[in-house]
Design a protein around this ligand. Structure first.
Ligand code: ATP
Ligand code: MG
Ligand code: MG
Ligand code: MG
Length: 483
């Protein structure tokens, strides 16, 4: 089942059950506490918090999401993308636990001929919050799940709250067992690579008080309006239904891996490290495309920096695959073609997107050309030193070296960290940060001096004292009155 079809089945299923279909919001988060939309419920937060009345009692969406938190997992686990799509169904004071569990079970295990996803009920496991007996009983009654396939988990995994006064409540997660060839017996609490989490149901049930952070807070009572918020990973369902090993091999992502194979002349499936690199490329190219489609442009801070980092990581992964030539002009159109069926606006915006992306790759190649030799030399030196004096110590690149790479060659610290780590070298990040801090303070002092309407007199004073003490004899300092 193609990803676009799974998406459509989802929307049809919930629309047919009284949910209003709400189009995906852009990736740029409306909530100032995060850069990007990280879950399907983000656009609905004002309704969940009761700040606004929802215009509908039930809604459904397929929301574009970006989670930078998962960047290190990409390509290594089978299930984490930096960009992914979260299918959601939402109830604002309408149905609650029983309705949510009934819908989820019916859609997941319903036959494909009847619009369901057709998962074998025997492969389904769920988790519930440790004291949520109500949810456990519902899973038993509605789905007929045996006790051992209803596992209990604590607050860290199975509880939702914002961290402040407001709604909170237990979650229930749905997992698919991929079978013994993927790992150990015993359910998701034992092995989350074999048992793949596909869907999270959040039951907003209680009003929590202030204080106590995210894990240990007072419960003030039951909410007057109980809400349902769910999120199903579209790519996760897609890779399970398409019978491939991981989410980077689905129809919306794999074409980029194929293009990377052709460009590099290396075969996907032949070498573990190369496979991870190809998956990183496919993931990051797609995330970059989707971010640029929503108007993000590369820059040195905030969202633009995340985009820059994704683009640069894809280019570097291609280099590690042996590709020195420009890669994005081949890869980006492939990703666009794979994503356009669900996001036709990408084709319209592609001229602008590609111009920005290709310019970024070009600029980055110059950065790399300038700094890579310096970095490699420094890495070799510290490795020799570490090997010579104290063979057990991890070789460490100094803060000054990292700072020089940043200041002179435009290497952001992430790049230095990653490139050094590839060669088994750590970086003295603390020293680097304090050099950066000092530089910022100098810049601030300069700006203040300028804003005060006069030149930076420190330099004059320094010059003055040098001149007067060393070479030229007494000099009259005019810096306060003349420029
Ligand atoms: P995991 O434990 O696998 O990291 P999660 O518990 O962090 O997932 P949720 O926050 O519950 O995920 O998000 C709801 C659903 O979105 C998940 O059940 C999963 O199907 C999907 N999902 C979450 N993170 C990702 C990701 N990085 N890539 C693809 N799908 C994701
Ligand atoms: Mg996660
Ligand atoms: Mg989880
Ligand atoms: Mg979850």
């Amino acid at each position: 089942m193609r990803t676009a079809e799974i998406r459509q089945r989802w929307l049809d299923y919930f629309e047919g059950r009284g949910h209003t279909v709400v189009p995906s919001a852009p990736l740029i988060s409306p909530d100032p506490s995060t850069l990007f939309v990280i879950a399907g419920m983000v656009p609905f937060i004002p309704y969940m918090l009761g700040e606004q009345t929802a215009p509908w009692p039930r809604a459904t969406s397929v929301q574009k999401c970006v989670r930078t938190l998962d960047i290190e997992e990409v390509g290594k686990t089978t299930r984490h993308g930096t960009f992914f799509q979260m299918n959601g169904n939402f109830s604002f004071g309408d149905y609650f636990k029983e309705g949510a569990i009934t819908y989820a079970w019916e859609l997941v295990t319903g036959s494909t001929a009847d619009g369901g996803f057709g998962f074998d009920p025997e492969t389904i496991w769920v988790t519930v919050y440790h004291d949520d007996d109500e949810a456990a009983a519902l899973w038993k009654r509605i789905a007929g799940l045996p006790d051992e396939r209803i596992q209990r988990r604590g607050m860290k995994d199975n509880y939702w709250s914002t961290g402040a006064r407001g709604p909170a409540g237990p979650c229930s997660e749905i997992y698919v067992d991929r079978g013994p060839e993927y790992g150990a017996e015993g359910g998701p609490v034992v092995d989350e690579d074999r048992y793949i989490e596909i869907w999270n149901l959040v039951f907003m049930q209680y009003e929590r008080g202030d204080g106590g952070g995210k894990e240990d807070f007072p419960i003030l009572g039951e909410l007057q309006q109980k809400n349902i918020d769910t999120g199903m990973g579209l790519e996760r369902v897609a890779y399970l239904l398409q019978g491939v090993d991981n989410m980077y091999e689905i129809d919306e992502v794999f074409p980029v891996i194929q293009a990377a194979q052709e460009l590099s002349g290396r075969r996907y499936g032949a070498d573990r490290d190369d496979d991870v690199r190809m998956r990183v490329v496919a993931d990051h190219v797609r995330s970059s495309l989707m971010l640029m489609g929503d108007g993000v442009t590369p820059s040195n801070e905030g969202r633009g920096y995340v985009l820059r980092r994704l683009l640069r990581r894809s280019v570097r992964a291609m280099r590690l695959l042996g590709v020195e030539d420009l890669a994005l002009p081949t890869l980006l159109p492939v990703s666009k073609d794979a994503m356009s069926p669900s996001y036709p606006e990408l084709a319209e915006r592609f001229d602008r997107i590609s111009t920005v992306a290709y310019a970024e790759e070009d600029a980055f190649r110059r950065t790399l050309a300038a700094g890579t030799t310096i970095l490699d030399t420094a890495v070799r030196t510290v490795k020799t030193q570490a090997g010579g004096d104290a063979p057990s110590a991890t070789p460490l690149l100094s803060g000054e070296q990292a700072f020089q790479l940043h200041d002179t060659y435009g290497f952001p610290i992430d790049l230095t960290l990653e490139m050094a780590a590839e060669q088994g070298v750590s970086v003295d990040e603390t020293a680097f940060r304090s050099l950066m801090q000092a530089q910022r303070q100098r810049a601030r002092a300069d700006a203040l001096a300028k804003r005060a309407g006069r030149a930076d007199t420190a330099a004059y004073q320094e010059l003055h004292s040098t001149l007067s003490s060393e070479k030229a004899g007494p000099v009259e300092f005019l810096g306060y009155t003349d420029t």
